[in-house]
Design a protein around this ligand. Sequence first.
Ligand code: HEM
Length: 296
Amino acid sequence: MYAVICDSSKKLITHLENKNEDLITVDMFELLSRFSTDLMFALIFGVEVNCLENPNHEAYLMTKEAGSFGTENIVKEITNDDITSNCINILNTAVHTGANAVSFALHELALNQNIQNKLRQEIQKTNEIYGDDITYEALMSMTYLHMFILEVLRKWPLVVLSDRTCTIPYTIQPSKPDEKPVHIEKGTMVWFSIFGLHHDAQYYPEPERFDPERFSEENKLNLNMNAFLPFGAGPRSCPGNKLSTVKLKTIFYYILTHFEIVPVKETKPIELNRNCITLLCEGQVWLGLKRVVKQK
Ligand code: HEM
C-alpha cells in the first residue's frame, strides 16, 4: 500500500515538473482532487485511471459529481445496490478528505513561510539520505512533519461532527453559574462538534493561529487529548486514520522536497462549503509552486 502511495506522489511531482514554468500557478484543490482520485482507485480497486493527465476521465467526473458524504444516505435493507453505494461512499470520502486536507495544509504553508522552511529543513535532511525512495520507517520518524499533520487535522478537522447514542443516562453538570444541568436519557442521540472542540480557546489558545508547536513533546503535556478528535474515538472511530496519516506525510515529503509553496495574486482565504458534514473547499485554492534548487 505504501509503495502505491509513493508511486502516485512521484507521478504528481513529474506532472508538475513537466510544466515548463518558473512559477507554476495552480488551483491546488482541482489538481489534488484528480491526484486523489488516481490514488484511491489504485489503492481501493487496484486500477490505474490517470485523472492527473486526463481531467475528463469518467472516474474524476464521478467523484466530483458525488461530492462528499452528507446526512441523507440512510440504508434500510442491505441489497447489492446498497453495498455498491457504500463502496462509492467510502471511495468518495477517501478522495475528498485527501484533496481537502492537502489543500488546507498547502494554503497554510503558503501563508506561514517560517513553518514551511522548518518543515522543509527536516524533510531535506531525510531526503539527503533516502532521496525519492524514502522508507516507511524514515517517513514516520520525522517529528516536525508529524506535528504539522496533527495541527492540520486540528485546525481543519475534515469531519466536523459525529454522533453517539446514549447507553447510560448521564447529567452534564453546569460549569458556569448561569448554566443549568443537561440530562441525557438512555437512547438519546447526541451530536458533538469536533470542529467546536478543535477551535475552543480553552483547549487551544488562539485557535485560529496555525502552529504545529502545539504538538511538540513538551507542549503536548499541557494538551487535553480528549479535545483532539480528528478521527473520532472508540470502536466506531475512522478506519481510514492510519492510511490518511501515511498518505498526508508521503505527499508532503514529495511536494516539499521539490517545490516551494508561495501565495500568488489569485490566492484567497479558503471558502468552505456549508452544506455537508465534512470540511470542503468551496471553489478554488490558487497557489504558486517554485522549484526547489537542490544544494550540491
Ligand atoms: C484525513 C482524513 C480523514 C478524516 C479526518 C476522517 C475522519 C473521520 C471521523 C471523525 C469519523 C467519525 C468517527 C467517530 O464517530 O468516532 C470517520 C468515520 C469514518 N471514516 Fe474517516 N476520515 C478520514 C479519511 C477516511 C478514509 C481515507 C476512509 C476510507 C478509506 C474513511 C472511512 C471512514 C468510515 C467508513 C467511517 C465510518 C466508521 C464507522 O461508522 O464505524 N475515512 N472518519
